[in-house]
Design a protein around this ligand. Structure first.
Ligand SMILES: Cc1cc2nc3c(=O)[nH]c(=O)nc-3n(C[C@H](O)[C@H](O)[C@H](O)COP(=O)(O)O)c2cc1C
Length: 609
């Protein structure tokens, strides 16, 4: 471990520590980047642990942080997950872009002393890659690591907890002595800390947007525009049509959105949609916690921690508890360990406390009770009825409601002012024997035309090459959505000659039309046939064409769909096709390495879920 250049070694009397640098540490800054909430939960647990040790901690999402302040942060903890194919989560991209700028002085972070905890899944090829890149870059800019990075693996037998618990202990032991504060022992885990948010009452002004809302008890699916998340736009649903036959097991919908502004977007873009919790679930939550009387009182949220801005998911202006529970907080996701810890702090019931302690002590218990059966937070609270959530802690205890992302199935030139989506409604039976729908799926399943939807367009991870370069688009099932957008754009470019697209059954008329326009379209009828034909089989049949387009003409291949075996088998089929066993001249080893290099160099792209 690097010896901290600017830090004075801790003395045996911790209160006397100080930093020999331009900046005296007053707090530890916990900077996090999270997409589905896990890294944010870990970051908040770190900050709480420092506060329990009587030290100040400020916890900020990377996209809310001004990177010019970074060189002046003496004590820093970074927490990030990894997404895509080893990419940083969107919240880290701005900060990362600035950190990798050329010409930054090699010692610009010399005053920074840091630790990092990365989250990932070791079944991915680029395990915890965003965290690893960040550690390398911090080091090359002169920052000093105070302890070894921790890597939290979702696949580990005890999940992320396995490494997080020992890493947190080490981080506390290392950082605490450098921070001002009493040498008193840390508070026990079940001591209730001071709330980090204040809910200040605001006088109801009949002219403001809040008073105009009639959300009280309403089951309306309308999202009032005023509650669109910061920076998001609004669209109106113009079509919500089932495209699978009524007897088919899966309910797949075409959803068309008319955009308020005539925004254009490149093919391959992704539409993020902000869902909402149902009015029934919100009412159940309010009733279980005896909070009905508080539900519609206008309030403004204020951070009680100096220098800590509100996290991105909380509204800045007037709001109500009901609006928070409907649009900002998630009552539907399975509870994490931190929720059981909160309930343990709130509980006065001996029997429930005992059960909560079992959960907190053993990650397997949480896995079996909550994660595996996908038990929701509301259902969990119903099992702990004697334990009530006090109003002051709700914003800390409940996770943020996360946006859901869908590949856009339309090209914006072919469908100006519109976004078309192809969405499989997720319904599953858990071992609780209750048929379940995902949060967005529940909302979409009953969403009437005319519903207002907050959306955001995210840039594509795959981009079309120039018109002369062949592109192979492989999209089984709903993976066909972005392929339709790509193909529409290529047809418009006049470049649809000899394209290959292996598709399933959605947008059937479009494929016929594009075939007539010159695209080489192939359909893999993998369903309802005694002998299943998958996209991988079609690629092998098209070996000569693949060899010509990929090897001779240096074409691109994009694959989108379920992440089971399909993406790997597509790569294997391609490698076979361009090897001596198919239609090429390479040995099997050479062709396999050729395909991997294509994907590393961006001539191959993959989007899977
Ligand atoms: C679409 C997707 C892609 C992912 N890609 C990777 C990856 O390339 N490497 C990795 O280590 N983990 C990967 N993960 C796992 C996440 O890092 C892990 O689920 C993490 O807990 C998410 O944290 P967050 O909720 O804070 O975003 C991926 C997860 C998803 C959903």
């Amino acid at each position: 471990m690097a010896t901290p250049g600017a830090l004075r070694a801790p003395s045996p009397t911790p209160s006397a520590h100080s930093i020999v640098s331009a900046v005296e540490p007053q707090h530890v800054l916990v900077l996090y980047a999270s997409e589905t909430g896990n890294a944010q939960d870990i970051a908040e647990r770190i900050a709480r642990a420092f506060r329990a040790a009587h030290r100040r901690a400020v916890c900020v999402s990377m996209d809310e942080y001004d990177v010019v302040d970074l060189p002046h942060e003496p004590l820093l903890i970074l927490v990030t997950s990894t997404h895509g194919r080893g990419d940083p989560p969107p919240a880290m991209r701005g900060l990362w872009g600035k950190l990798i700028r050329k010409g930054l002085p090699e010692d610009i972070l010399d005053d920074v002393h840091y630790a990092l905890f990365g989250l990932g899944d070791s079944s991915y090829e680029r395990y915890c890659f965003a965290g690893k890149m960040l550690v390398r870059r911090m080091h090359s800019l002169g920052a000093h690591a105070l302890c070894e990075p921790g890597w939290g693996d979702e696949r580990a037998p005890d999940g992320v907890e396995q490494t997080f618990v020992p890493w947190l202990k080490q981080a506390l032991d290392t950082f605490v002595p450098y921070l001002p504060g009493p040498s008193a022992p840390a508070l026990p885990w079940n001591a209730l800390p001071d709330p980090i948010y204040a809910l200040d009452p605001v006088p109801a002004d009949p002219a403001d947007d809040l008073a105009k809302l009639s959300l009280n008890g309403s089951s309306s699916s309308q999202v009032p525009d005023v509650y669109a998340p910061k920076g998001w736009k609004m669209a109106t649903l113009t079509k919500n049509e089932r495209v699978t036959a009524s007897g088919w097991f899966q309910d797949v919908r075409e959803l068309d959105l008319e955009l308020d502004g005539h925004e254009s977007y490149p093919p391959g873009s992704v539409c993020a949609i902000h869902p909402r919790c149902s009015a029934e679930e919100v009412d159940t939550f309010l009733e279980m916690n005896d909070l009905q009387a508080e539900a519609d009182r206008p309030i403004v949220i204020r951070s009680t921690i100096p220098d800590q801005p509100l996290p991105p998911h909380l509204p800045r202006g007037p709001t109500t508890l009901r609006i928070l529970l409907t649009y900002h907080l998630d009552l539907r996701c399975p509870p994490r360990k931190s929720l059981f810890e909160w309930l343990g702090r709130f509980s006065n019931d001996e029997r429930e406390e005992e059960r909560l302690e079992e959960f907190i002590a053993d990650p397997d218990e949480i896995h079996d009770y909550a994660t595996r059966p996908k038990r929701t937070i509301v259902e969990t609270l119903a099992d702990f009825r004697a334990t009530k959530m006090p109003l002051a802690y709700i914003l800390e205890a409940l996770p943020p409601l996360r946006r859901r992302q869908f590949s856009i199935a339309s090209d914006s030139d072919a469908h100006p002012g519109e976004i078309q989506l192809l969405v499989a409604l997720v319904e599953y039976k858990t071992n609780l024997s209750i048929p379940r729908r995902g949060l967005c799926s529940s909302w979409f399943s009953t969403m009437p035309e005319g519903t207002r939807i907050p959306y955001e367009i995210l840039p594509p991870t795959l981009e079309l090459p120039d018109k002369g370069t062949p592109v192979i688009l492989v999209g089984p099932g709903t993976g066909v959505a972005p392929m339709r957008a790509f193909l529409e754009a290529r047809v418009a470019q006049g470049a649809a000659q000899g394209e290959l697209d292996s598709i399933d059954l959605y947008f059937k008329e479009d494929w016929e039309k594009h075939r007539a326009e010159g695209a080489h379209v192939r359909i893999a009828p993998s369903r309802d046939r005694p002998e299943k034909v998958y996209v991988q089989h079609l690629l092998r049949e098209d070996a000569a064409r693949l060899n010509d387009w990929i090897v001779r003409r240096r074409g691109h291949i994009y694959v989108c769909g379920s992440s089971n075996a399909m993406p790997r088998e597509v790569r294997e089929a391609l490698a076979w096709a361009i090897s001596i066993e198919g239609s090429g001249t390479m040995t099997p080893e050479e062709s396999a390495s050729y395909v991997e290099t294509m994907f590393d160099d961006g001539r191959g792209g993959e989007e899977s879920w």
